[in-house]
Design a protein around this ligand. Structure first.
Ligand SMILES: NC(=O)c1ccc[n+]([C@@H]2O[C@H](COP(=O)([O-])OP(=O)(O)OC[C@H]3O[C@@H](n4cnc5c(N)ncnc54)[C@H](O)[C@@H]3O)[C@@H](O)[C@H]2O)c1
Length: 355
């Protein structure tokens, strides 16, 4: 197969993960451009990953290059929509990190544009390529859980507000806090394991309590601290969220915290799948325990967990050639974007949302 030619737009934290995953590929693409608004960030990435051929600060240079087939959009959430639309209009296939963008309406526009132009638009829902998630999806399809009537998920940490005062905690730039940043992964993989589900109604509450006075927020370490701005920035997003969702399949309950006043030993990142034959607890990012309701025996999974970022990137590149949409094509992610949006609407109005 001819080597793909791509550009990477945004050379921040997640870009390092994607670049490392590409370097691991059997047939890595030619990364003709590494682009970042901050030149040094692009240069540092090029030093670390010689796969990058040249660095630029204006992504339009890559969009104007006929040789470039696809772009990876690895910028903060607020830039996903504009860059994706520009790239599609320039005839490029797009891999865009999660969340699709800051709300559902714009997400639908992105999907329409890609489909109208016959271009691939995949979203970085990497967990769909996590070996444990793939196995749980297969087990559910094979009836090993019986009727899955409820799924519970918890994504709670003692102190993990990212870049306080910066893009992550500014709603107009991020679309929200812990729900859109972490919940997006949990809810998407739940819908994937369930084999899709029709949303019926839901209720949700969100809270912004832990750093409402940004200067007095106490923490031991902060990820994305380089983007933090407690002096002049904004924190108007959810640091805690609780919700309940009814679907035509299982109901789903969720609790998420970027920060909570509990010791870090109480951090809980897991998903419980409850079926009438069996159940499973997935430790987020790791292995799972299956409990068989007939034998009352538990079995810990111990499979290999290959790099899910490499797998999602390989699947995207392959789909450009085959024209077959993958499980992370935007068409398959819109339902979880709709769910996120509706949870926020319910919290804002303090009432149930019906579909
Ligand atoms: N799939 C995952 O597990 C995962 C994990 C972390 C982050 N993400 C997502 O990846 C995205 C980036 O997050 P991050 O933590 O890497 O952020 P980051 O701030 O570390 O990196 C973003 C980079 O984009 C650059 N940038 C912004 N606008 C640009 C533009 N117009 N042109 C070129 N460069 C531009 C910034 O200068 C910055 O270097 C977010 O949407 C986030 O939700 C996904």
């Amino acid at each position: 197969m001819k080597q793909n030619v791509i550009a990477v737009i945004g050379c921040g934290r997640i870009a390092q993960v994607h670049l490392a995953a590409m370097a691991e590929m059997k047939n890595p693409p030619r990364i003709k451009y590494g682009c970042d608004l901050i030149l040094e960030k692009a240069e540092k990435s090029k030093e670390k990953f010689p796969l990058i051929e040249q660095v630029i600060t204006d992504y339009k240079v890559a969009l104007e290059d006929d040789e470039v087939q696809a772009v990876w959009i690895l910028t903060p959430n607020y830039a996903h929509y504009t860059i994706t639309m520009d790239a599609l209009k320039a005839g490029k296939h797009v891999f865009c990190e999660k969340p699709i963008t800051v709300n559902y309406a714009l997400s639908c526009e992105m999907a329409e544009e890609a489909n109208k132009r016959g271009l691939m638009l995949n979203i970085g829902v990497c967990n769909r390529y996590h070996a444990s998630v793939e196995k749980l999806e297969e087990m559910n399809r094979n009836g090993e859980f019986g009727n899955v009537y409820h799924v519970y998920c918890s994504f709670r940490s003692s102190r993990s507000i990212p870049g306080l005062g910066g893009a992550f905690t500014t709603k107009s730039q991020s679309g929200g806090g812990v729900l859109i940043d972490w919940g997006v992964h949990f809810l998407d993989l739940i819908l994937y394991i369930l084999g899709g589900a029709k949303l019926q109604n839901l209720t949700c509450d969100t809270y912004c309590e832990m750093a409402k006075d940004m200067k007095s927020y106490k923490y031991t370490s902060m990820w994305a601290e380089d983007t933090s701005d407690v002096e002049n920035g904004t924190n108007d997003v959810d640091d805690f969220i609780t919700g309940y969702v009814r679907t035509d399949k299982a109901s789903i309950s969720l609790n998420g915290a970027w920060a909570q006043n509990l010791p870090k030993e109480k951090n809980e990142m897991f998903i419980d799948i409850l079926g009438d034959k069996g159940g499973a607890r997935l430790t987020y990012g790791g292995q799972f325990t299956f409990f068989d309701g007939a034998t009352l025996e538990s079995k810990e999974s111990d499979h290999e967990i290959p790099n899910m970022y490499r797998k999602e990137n390989e699947a995207f590149l392959e789909s450009i050639h085959t024209g077959v949409k993958t499980k992370s094509h935007i068409d398959n992610i819109l339902e979880s974007a709709k769910l996120l949006d509706a949870l926020y609407q319910s919290a804002e109005k303090r009432e149930e949302v019906r579909f």
